[in-house]
Structures are given as structure tokens and as C-alpha cells.
Design a protein around this ligand. Structure first.
Ligand code: CP
Ligand code: NVA
Length: 307
């Protein structure tokens, strides 16, 4: 059996040109959906969705993407599959990939999606690990392009935890050609290897006010990610100066946008009014998960060839 399927585990699995092609296609697919153009490239295709962590946006966007494009999706939680009873991921990958056409996984250690992909005959998509969230970056980059055009040469500031989203933003900085300032509390820096790999495109700082200066995009995320719930209280203290508010946004460029992958905790990483500020594009950002992942799956399934 062939083991040569193409996977999307991080943004580094595609070239910068391919990533730009996916964004352009996502914008096109969004327009087609808005216009009601019937388009069913995934007819008879099945997506397996393994969720070892909670989700609203990721589950609904992938499942809707498959249904709208003529295919189907299976929600697989460890609670009711043999994964929860200890069947190895490598065995699960070999079995599932003989039955479905494409698989997405949301899990803890990034090595798990790598192992899964190694044993899968069909494309595997990382739908969030402790280390990366590349699907969210496709949606974020699409959203920036739609509102402001090309992100190349722009300045983006990440405020808060050096988490999975922050790591993916570092990869995005190199792949899409922007500069990323990271303002995180000491002790909450992002992954050192990912930082080293993207060094020329990233500046690590600790002061959010200095970091957002002249930024075209400001991004944040929760202070305690899934799996860190027991650290929540300690993190609230450590991150107290890292809230994004309209006042902080006023220090950024005049046309700065604000993004958050959601879910948001108002009063923690964002002030109560920030999501309703005109600079916030978080609802477009959430919607674009649907369009960007359709484009991604078209490319992985080979139903669309990038120019
Ligand atoms: N942003 C994001 O991935 O949201 P969910 O956890 O709801 O899927
Ligand atoms: N950093 C967050 C992102 C949620 C979409 C987490 O991992 O919980």
C-alpha cells in the first residue's frame, strides 16, 4: 500500500507559493458559496475527525466544509473509539486510512500527529496540537488579505503566551514574509527550536506597548491553553499586563487589525470591549476556517491543482 500521501502538520509542509495559492483559492471558494454556486468536489469522500481535545470552530468548519462540498465527516472521540482504550495510534492510522479519504487530528503532543501521518495512507491534517495550530493560520492570513491585502513586509505583534498559536505565527512570519514581534511574560517564551528556525523574522520582547508600536496586526490568545487548566490561576497573575484593549491598539498603526483564534476570555487576554471594537476581525477570522480548510482539503485530496 502506498504511504506517500501529502500531509499538513505545520505550515512548513507547503511552500510560500503554495500557501498563497491556498489563500487565493479560499477567497474564491468563499465567493462561490456566497453566490450559491453548487460545487461538490468531495462527493463520496469521507473525512475522519479525531478530537482528543474540545472544539467548536474546528469541528463545525471541517464538518460543514465536507457536507457543503458533497462529502461526509465522522466525528471520532477517544471516549467512544478504541483509541480511548489504548489502541495504538499507529494501528488506528493504518485502519482508518483504509476506510476514509482524509483525516484531521486534534491532540496533545505534536509527535502524535507525526506518528499518525507516518502510518496513514491518506492525508493527515493537524487540527491543533500542544505545539502548532496551522489551520488557524490559514484562516488568519486569509482574513488579513481580505481586509488589507498582501501581508508581506508588514509587522504583526503577538501578545501573550508563547503557545501553539504563537509557534504557528513564527512559521507564518517566514512563510508569508512578515515581521513578528512577540510580547510575552518572562518564562512564557515560545518554543526555542521554532524561534531559532524563524529568527530572521521574529523579535522577542516583553513589553506589549513597545511591541505593538507600528504593527499592522495584533494577535492574542488565551493565557492557559487546553491541557493547562490547572495553571490558570498562576497564569492570570503572570499575564496581568498582557491584555489587549482598545487603548493598547491605539499604540499600533492607524489601520491595525486585531485577531484572536477564539474562544476568548473577556477580562483576561482581551478587555471586555475589544472584540466589539471596529479593529477586531475575529468573526471573519472564525468564518474563514471553513473556506481555508476547504481549499486545503482540495489540494490534499487532489481535486484542485494550485496554479
Ligand atoms: N480556534 C479554534 O480552533 O477554535 P475551536 O477550539 O473551537 O475549534
Ligand atoms: N492556544 C489555545 C488555542 C485554542 C484554539 C489552546 O491550545 O487551547
Amino acid at each position: 500500500m502506498p504511504m506517500s500521501a501529502r500531509h499538513f502538520l505545520t505550515l512548513n509542509d507547503f511552500s510560500p507559493e503554495e500557501l498563497r495559492g491556498i489563500l487565493a483559492r479560499a477567497i474564491e471558494l468563499k465567493k462561490m458559496l456566497r453566490e450559491g454556486t453548487p460545487y461538490e468536489p468531495f462527493k463520496n469522500k469521507v473525512l475522519g475527525m479525531i478530537f482528543e481535545k474540545s472544539s467548536t470552530r474546528t469541528r463545525v468548519s471541517f464538518e460543514s466544509a465536507m457536507i457543503q462540498c458533497g462529502g461526509g465527516a465522522l466525528f471520532l472521540s477517544p471516549r467512544d473509539t478504541q483509541l480511548g482504550r489504548g489502541e495504538p495510534l499507529s494501528d488506528t492510522a493504518r485502519v482508518l486510512s483504509r476506510m476514509v479519504d482524509i483525516i484531521m487530528i486534534r491532540t496533545f503532543e505534536h509527535e502524535k500527529v507525526e506518528t499518525f501521518a507516518q502510518y496513514s495512507q491518506v492525508p493527515v491534517i493537524n487540527a491543533l496540537t500542544d505545539s502548532f495550530h496551522p489551520c488557524q493560520l490559514l484562516a488568519d492570513m486569509q482574513t488579513f488579505v481580505e481586509h488589507r491585502g498582501d501581508i508581506r513586509g508588514k509587522t504583526v505583534t503577538w501578545v501573550g503566551d508563547g503557545n501553539n498559536m504563537c509557534n504557528s505565527y513564527m512559521n507564518a512570519a517566514r512563510q508569508f514574509g512578515f515581521h513578528l514581534n512577540i510580547a510575552c511574560p518572562p518564562g512564557f517564551e515560545p518554543d526555542a527550536a521554532v524561534l531559532a528556525n524563524n529568527q530572521a523574522h521574529v523579535t522577542l520582547m516583553h513589553d506589549p506597548k513597545a511591541a505593538v508600536r507600528a504593527s499592522h496586526l495584533v494577535v492574542t490568545d488565551v493565557w492557559a491553553s487546553m491541557g493547562q487548566e490547572q495553571e490558570q490561576q498562576a497564569r492570570i497573575a503572570a499575564f496581568a499586563n498582557y491584555q489587549v484593549s482598545p487603548a493598547l491598539m491605539d499604540l499600533a498603526a492607524d489601520d491595525a487589525l486585531f485577531m484572536h483564534c477564539l474562544p476568548a476570555h473577556r477580562g483576561e487576554e482581551v478587555s471586555a470591549e475589544m472584540l466589539d471594537d471596529p479593529r477586531a476581525v475575529v468573526w471573519d477570522e472564525a468564518e474563514n476556517r471553513l473556506h481555508a480548510q476547504k481549499a486545503l482539503m482540495e489540494v490534499l485530496l487532489g481535486t484542485y491543482r494550485l496554479p
